[in-house]
Design a protein around this ligand. Structure first.
Ligand SMILES: [Ca+2]
Length: 114
């Protein structure tokens, strides 16, 4: 599954440019989130995973995906956490976008009180 993301994201980044890619990633967030809570939980991920072709992921993989992306420790992914996670799952893209991503991350962590 990670292989799919790694293949997919750099292609999208080339095609869309940084900003377009962020929009695409955030569209993914809208599709996967729990509509009532406004965040992605393991449950909402499981419910909507077929949308992104992730239906073959096991429960423990979904759990560790949320855990890995959860920066503020509330057990769910907000939009920024989800976007950051998508980038972290793609090392090649990460190289190209490291500079601005670090800026975004630093700001997010500051806002979260780290
Ligand atoms: Ca969180």
């Amino acid at each position: 599954m990670r292989t799919d993301f790694e293949d997919f994201l750099p292609v999208m980044a080339d095609k869309l440019g940084g900003e377009g890619l962020i929009e695409e990633l955030c569209n993914g967030f809208q599709l996967l989130m729990d509509k009532g809570k406004g965040v992605i939980t393991v449950e909402s991920l499981k419910r909507n995973s077929a949308v992104l072709g992730l239906q073959d992921m096991r429960d423990d993989e979904l759990v560790s995906m949320v855990k890995e992306g959860d920066l503020d420790g509330d057990g769910a992914l907000n939009q920024m956490e989800f976007c950051v996670l998508m980038f972290r799952m793609s090392p090649q893209l990460m190289d190209e976008s490291q500079y601005w991503l670090e800026e975004v991350l630093e700001e997010e962590l500051r806002n979260a009180g780290f």
